[in-house]
Every structure is written in structure tokens, then in C-alpha cells.
Write a protein that binds this ligand. Structure first.
Ligand SMILES: NC(=O)c1ccc[n+]([C@@H]2O[C@H](COP(=O)([O-])OP(=O)(O)OC[C@H]3O[C@@H](n4cnc5c(N)ncnc54)[C@H](O)[C@@H]3O)[C@@H](O)[C@H]2O)c1
Length: 280
């Protein structure tokens, strides 16, 4: 598929760790659609992951940045503008981390230092990114900034822990900054709420396999995978969606509008045959 939807566009893509990452697929598709971009990730992920392989494949450079560091973000936008000889047109924020999830702290037993880190890295970093770009006037008119979210921002899903609070804040930042960036510089800001997806971050979610199965049964169109998410992101970076802003856009096969489906009900009925239903 080469429609050149992003021909001439320059961007910055956060969060490609390995070839499972949603950002990795987005970078591959953006490259196919004619975009040029800078890849970025936190130094430890650059060392542990395979981002340099992606950079080679897509003719891009890698500029390390901790998304929670204002200094790193300033440097990232400065280096990107130097590289392109001008402003960028799109930015993908595909960044999340929770030490409470990693260290298996229950939501009723949170470590608050970890919580602060979760919010800083997974949500406030989006504000920092937007504020840095805004102050440096680093994004062209009709540019597009997108962050990735999850339905746990609106609905309680067992096991999603403090990431639910981070996603709620992330979506709120998209609305609040979207107003200012749209009004003053004609830049749009949105979040995409993606189906559960088997990536490194995704596998941190408690019982991901069961969650994937449940949401697959609940969604009339089935779960959206990382490639499909990348396709949707391309449309949001393209000129075909210039008046979409301040939205949380569900890319989830219909899951967020469902209450119960036939497939999920049939599976649920089977559990009545069990002598013991595990309680946790
Ligand atoms: N996988 C899912 O089920 C799912 C569902 C909905 C939304 N999302 C969201 O999609 C986004 C991408 O996650 P993914 O599933 O592709 O997993 P992933 O593990 O491939 O990507 C997460 C990225 O965040 C980066 N990161 C962590 N701390 C950082 C920091 N301080 N600065 C910069 N980068 C940092 C990691 O290095 C990694 O590249 C996340 O926001 C995630 O919450 C994922």
C-alpha cells in the first residue's frame, strides 16, 4: 500500500522498543507513506531494544530522550528541526511505564513514589512534549500530535492498576492542550484508545492473555492489532483529518460500546459447569 499519504511530512516517533511495539509499526507505515521522521526512546530502551534496526530500515536518525525530562525534550525538538531544516508535522507519543504494575503492587497498596513516576512518564510527559513544542514553535500549522491510550481511562478493568489514572490524565491533557494548540497554532491533538495488544508494555498488564480473549469475544469487529493501529495513526497524521482535534478516538473493534456479546456470554455460561470459580 503506497498512497503517499504522508509525502513531504516530517515527524517524531516516540516509543519503538522492538518490532512488537505499536510505534514500530507506525514508523514502518509512515515510511511506506513517504514520511521522514526522527525516532526517539529513553537510553535504556535504545540499548535493550532494536530501534537502530528500525532507523536503518526507515532511513531515520535516533535521538535519545527521556519523555519525562524537559531538557531532553528541548534537545529532541532542537535536533529534529536541525535535521529537517525546519519544523515537524507530526508527533507520536507511544510511551508508558508503571513501576506499580512491574512490581505487582495492587491498586489498594500503591507505592506513591511509583505512582508519581507512572503519572510523570505515562501522562505528564505528554504535557511536557506539547509545552516544549509549543514554546519552541516546533510544529507546522495543521500538524498532528497523537498519544496512545486505553479504555481503562473510562471504564474500570481489573488489573490495569495505576495506568488507568495515567490514561485518564493523558486524555484530559489532549483536550486541554488541544484547545490552546488549535486556537493559537492550528495544531491538532488527539488520543487513540487502542485494543489490548501483545507488546512488551501490554504483557505487563495482569492476565493479558485472558484480557485479549475477553475483548476479542466482546468486540463485534474483534481486537485491533498493532498494524491496524498504525494504519489508523497514519490517517491522523495525514491531511485527511485536519479538523479532528481534542478527541479520544476508540480503535478497538467496538469494545468500548459493548455491554455483553453473544460470544462472551457463551463463554461465561461454560464457567457455570466448573465446581470452583477462582476468586482473586
Ligand atoms: N499494548 C497494549 O495493550 C496497549 C493498549 C492500549 C494502549 N497502549 C499504549 O500504547 C503505547 C505504546 O505501548 P506498546 O504497547 O507499543 O508497548 P512498548 O513496550 O513496545 O512501548 C512502550 C514504550 O515506552 C517507552 N518508554 C518507557 N519509559 C519511557 C520514558 N521515560 N521516556 C521515553 N520512552 C519511554 C519504552 O521504552 C517503550 O518503547 C503506550 O502508551 C501504551 O500504554 C498499549
Amino acid at each position: 500500500m503506497a498512497e503517499n499519504l504522508l509525502k513531504g511530512k516530517k515527524g517524531i516517533i516516540f516509543g519503538a522498543l522492538n518490532d512488537k511495539s505499536i510505534a514500530w509499526k507506525a514508523a514502518e507505515k509512515a515510511h511506506q507513506q513517504g514520511a521522514e521522521f526522527v525516532l526517539t526512546n529513553v537510553p535504556v530502551s535504545i540499548r535493550m531494544g532494536t530501534i537502530n534496526e528500525l532507523a536503518e530500515k526507515t532511513n531515520s536518525i535516533v535521538v535519545p530522550a527521556d519523555a519525562a525530562s524537559e531538557g531532553d525534550l528541548e534537545n529532541l525538538f532542537k535536533e529534529s528541526m536541525k535535521h529537517f531544516g525546519g519544523k515537524v508535522d507530526f508527533v507520536l507519543h507511544s510511551v508508558a511505564m508503571s513501576l506499580n504494575v512491574r512490581k505487582k503492587r495492587a491498586y489498594s497498596d500503591l507505592n506513591y513514589n511509583f505512582l508519581e513516576k507512572t503519572l510523570d512518564i505515562s501522562a505528564i510527559s505528554f504535557h511536557k512534549l506539547l509545552q516544549t513544542a509549543f514554546k519552541m514553535d516546533a510544529i507546522n500549522e495543521w500538524g498532528s500530535v497523537v498519544a496512545l491510550s486505553y479504555v481503562a481511562a473510562q471504564r474500570t478493568l481489573y488489573g490495569y492498576n495505576d495506568m488507568a489514572d495515567a490514561k485518564a490524565l493523558l486524555e484530559s491533557i489532549a483536550r486541554s492542550f488541544g484547545y490552546i494548540y488549535g486556537r493559537d497554532k492550528k495544531v491538532r491533538v488527539n488520543t487513540v484508545s487502542q485494543s489490548p495488544t501483545p507488546t512488551t508494555a501490554g504483557s505487563g498488564v495482569k492476565g493479558l492473555d485472558k484480557l485479549l480473549d475477553f475483548s476479542e469475544r466482546m468486540s463485534p469487529l474483534g481486537n485491533a492489532d498493532a498494524e491496524e493501529c498504525a494504519d489508523f495513526l497514519i490517517t491522523l497524521f495525514s491531511d485527511l483529518t485536519r479538523k479532528i482535534t481534542m478527541q479520544n478516538l476508540f480503535h478497538d473493534g467496538g469494545f468500548s460500546s459493548m455491554g455483553m456479546s453473544l460470544k462472551a456470554m457463551s463463554q461465561y455460561e461454560k464457567s457455570f459447569d466448573c465446581d470452583e470459580i477462582p476468586v482473586d
